[in-house]
Design a protein around this ligand. Structure first.
Ligand SMILES: [Zn+2]
Length: 312
């Protein structure tokens, strides 16, 4: 049997963030992904299955205020509650949130260890709306932003590229990374749409942000081409040492919270093309983390397609 080329990283605690079945970001999303992966026996056997770890408070503090981190911990310890009109927590949310962030950090560790350079982290809560000191939009901690800063600080990366194809602007990621010119952030998102940020002329203080606002309902190729133009611009004179993907599958056609039209073939091709670029940039280091996506069966199918492309 050949060596696995990609890891599938998750953590049982990600299922302990109980938002209720009426909430779009419910635990059934992860269960659907696991089920779909088990139903694909070839792929299931081809990936390295790893249980992630909990990020430490020091690691979360790479991107978040300590007082906020402690608030999340304390609210969960009291049984949970709403941190934002959209963002509810339960007693398991602290463990879930630090397992989600820690799983992505494990992906970064693997990528830099050089054994398995690609991974997909099936985590929740998602992260790309979380701000330095505030929960927002179903997100508690900026999993990908923390991972980018961790790669710089702990692994000596000089440059990190983040590609966010969630249908919503990664406003939290932008806020957490835009002060650091070593991190280039590309976000394609529906416009105008939640959360209202992400205009094309919002380039950040170092012009290291590439926002790609797009109207809904266009042919899928328009989204893919626009995203590639931004990735090309973001890497024109800055070769990344690591590619992080904020893999939001609410950009698929039919998502209840978005109007984009991507199909499975687009997820497959985007992933393969990004991996090809990553081979030339950085020995193929690609760590992808689940963000949004609210049709569980479609999200699960997309995760399988995405993971299969990562193993190619
Ligand atoms: Zn989203």
């Amino acid at each position: 049997m050949s060596e696995p080329r990609a890891a599938f990283i998750s953590h049982a605690d990600c299922g302990r963030h109980d938002t209720g079945w009426g909430h779009p970001e419910h635990v059934g999303r992860l269960r659907a992904i696991t089920r779909a992966l088990r139903n694909d026996l070839d792929l299931f056997g081809a990936v390295d299955h790893r249980e992630g770890r909990h990020a430490t408070i020091d690691e979360l503090a790479l991107a978040h205020d300590r007082a906020y981190i402690e608030t999340v911990r304390d609210v969960a310890a009291r049984g949970g509650g709403a941190l934002d009109p959209d963002t509810v927590t339960s007693d398991g949310s602290w463990d879930a949130a630090r397992a989600g962030a820690g799983s992505v950090l494990d992906g970064v560790d693997l990528a830099f260890a050089g054994t398995i350079r690609k991974s997909f982290c099936a985590v929740r809560p998602p992260g790309h709306h979380a701000l330095r000191a505030r929960a927002m939009g179903f997100c508690l901690f900026g999993n990908v932003a923390v991972a980018a800063r961790y790669a710089l600080q702990r692994h000596g990366a000089q440059r990190v590229l983040i590609v966010d194809w969630d249908v919503h602007h990664g406003n939290g990621t932008q806020a957490l990374v835009e002060q650091d010119s070593r991190i280039h952030f590309v976000s394609m998102h529906q416009w105008p749409w939640y959360p209202g940020t992400g205009a094309a002329d919002d380039r950040g203080p170092h012009r290291t942000i590439w926002n790609v606002p797009m109207g809904p309902g266009k042919p899928a190729a328009h989204y893919v081409e626009a995203l590639w133009r931004a990735i090309d611009a973001a890497t024109a004179d800055a070769t990344p040492d690591l590619v992080l993907i904020s893999a939001g599958f609410d950009s698929l056609r039919g998502d209840p919270l978005g109007g984009f039209t991507l199909e499975m073939e687009d997820v497959d091709q985007l992933t393969r093309d990004l991996c090809t670029r990553a081979e030339t940039w950085c020995a193929g280091r690609v760590v992808s983390a689940l963000e949004g996506g609210y049709n569980p069966d479609r999200v699960a199918e997309a995760c399988v397609v995405h993971l299969r492309a990562l193993t190619a």
